[in-house]
Structure formats: structure tokens, C-alpha cells
Design a binder for this molecule. Structure first.
Ligand code: URA
Length: 221
């Protein structure tokens, strides 16, 4: 029987030390999804040295099909809110804690399944490396999975919402845009969106910190 060399574990590949974002993404692509099913890895998008990196949970159905982050319904809501809050998407980096879509079939529909803490941990070294390459001025966690990925701790977003230190960067915690879509009625949707917009405005204010000293203003929480 010809013996097949087993694929290098993700940590082995990580230890080879990617020298750039492109090399890192190539490693992630080569590793493939931890849970089978995804069409492709969905990488972060945006410039190195971005004003702000936004970290979501994991790609959804549309992101998996198109190979781009935040292009489905929650992503469209998010991009609309960014524009409304005056955050230039050309200066923002959008990425996810987990790089592959996980789902279950309901009829013909692929329904998103939240990643486990173990799955988040698996992808975490890659996210840390990614942020090291991107070097954003500020990192924003969108929802609890991103907070877990960035801090290693399970934290309630309600409690952590506002300024934070995330993965060693000045940071900010807010809700995930898909939470806004799940709110039960028009009034809570409107209030939820307003509060999210206020967080994004705070973030816009924070990234305008003194470029000389790098000091962040004491922004409103
Ligand atoms: N939700 C996420 O967390 N990320 C995406 O890219 C899309 C939806």
C-alpha cells in the first residue's frame, strides 16, 4: 500500500511562520475547514495599516459563496451603518474570527451554526498573526465570538460593550450586526441600530486619536 504523507497540522504550518498576509492566507487555505462543508476560506479584506479592523464571527452563506467577508444580509446592514457613521470602508479592514462557514441543512437552505469555543481557539493564532500583519490603529470585536477570539475569554457583550484592549490593540466591543436582524420588532430594531451607530461613531472618534503620540482621546463609552 503506498503510504500517503499526512497533511501538516495547522500548528505545524503556523510554526513555519508566514512572512506576510498573503503567506498566512495561503496557509489557512491549505489547512482547509476544521468542520467540513465550506466552499472556501474567507479572508479579511482591507488595507495594511487600516484605521480600524472589525472582527466578526464567521462567514455566512453568501460570504462562503462569494469568498468575501460581510456581503450577506448582516454584512450589508453593517456596511450601511459604517457609511452612516462616517467610517470610510477603504480605510477599514473586515475579517472574521473563524475563516470557514459552518452550517446545517434545513431543506435546501444552509443555516449558519455558531462555532464552538474549540473551533474559535483553533483559528485564534491565525487571527493574532493577521492583526500583527495588518497593524490597525484600533480593533473592534463584533459580538461575543470575536471577543472570545481576541481575549481568550467568554465575556458578555452587554457587559464588555465599549472601549477595551483587544489582542494588545486599543479596542472596542459592540454587538454583531446579525443580532440587529434578529431583534423581534420594529421598535427594538430601530433602537438596536441607533445604539450600534453610536458605537461606530465612538469608534470613528477614537481612530482620530493624536497621530503624533498615538494617544487615544477619552471617548464617550
Ligand atoms: N457574519 C460575520 O460574522 N461575518 C461575515 O463575514 C458575515 C456575517
Amino acid at each position: 500500500m503506498p503510504s500517503k504523507t499526512p497533511p501538516a497540522s495547522t500548528m505545524d504550518m503556523f510554526d513555519q511562520g508566514p512572512k506576510s498576509l498573503e503567506e498566512l492566507n495561503a496557509l489557512i487555505e491549505r489547512a482547509g475547514p476544521l468542520v467540513p462543508g465550506a466552499t472556501q476560506a474567507v479572508f479579511g479584506e482591507g488595507p495594511v495599516g487600516a484605521d480600524v479592523a472589525f472582527v466578526g464571527e464567521q462567514p455566512g452563506d453568501q460570504e462562503d459563496r462569494q469568498g468575501r467577508p460581510f456581503v450577506g444580509p448582516a454584512g450589508q446592514l453593517f456596511r450601511r451603518a459604517l457609511a452612516e457613521a462616517g467610517i470610510d470602508q477603504d480605510h477599514a479592514y473586515l475579517t472574521n474570527a473563524v475563516k470557514h462557514f459552518k452550517f446545517e441543512m434545513r431543506g435546501k437552505r444552509r443555516i449558519h451554526v455558531k462555532p464552538t469555543a474549540g473551533e474559535v481557539k483553533h483559528y485564534r493564532p491565525w487571527l493574532m498573526k493577521e492583526l500583527e500583519f495588518v497593524r490597525p490603529r484600533l480593533v473592534t470585536a463584533l459580538g461575543a465570538t470575536a471577543v472570545l477570539a481576541l481575549t481568550g475569554k467568554q465575556t458578555s457583550v452587554i457587559r464588555a460593550r465599549g472601549r477595551a484592549v483587544l489582542a494588545g490593540f486599543p479596542g472596542y466591543v459592540t454587538v454583531h450586526p446579525s443580532y440587529l436582524l434578529r431583534l423581534p420588532d420594529e421598535e427594538s430594531k430601530r433602537a438596536g441600530y441607533e445604539a450600534f451607530l453610536q458605537d461606530l461613531r465612538n469608534i470613528a472618534h477614537l481612530v482620530n486619536a493624536d497621530p503624533e503620540t498615538g494617544e487615544l482621546p477619552q471617548a464617550a463609552q
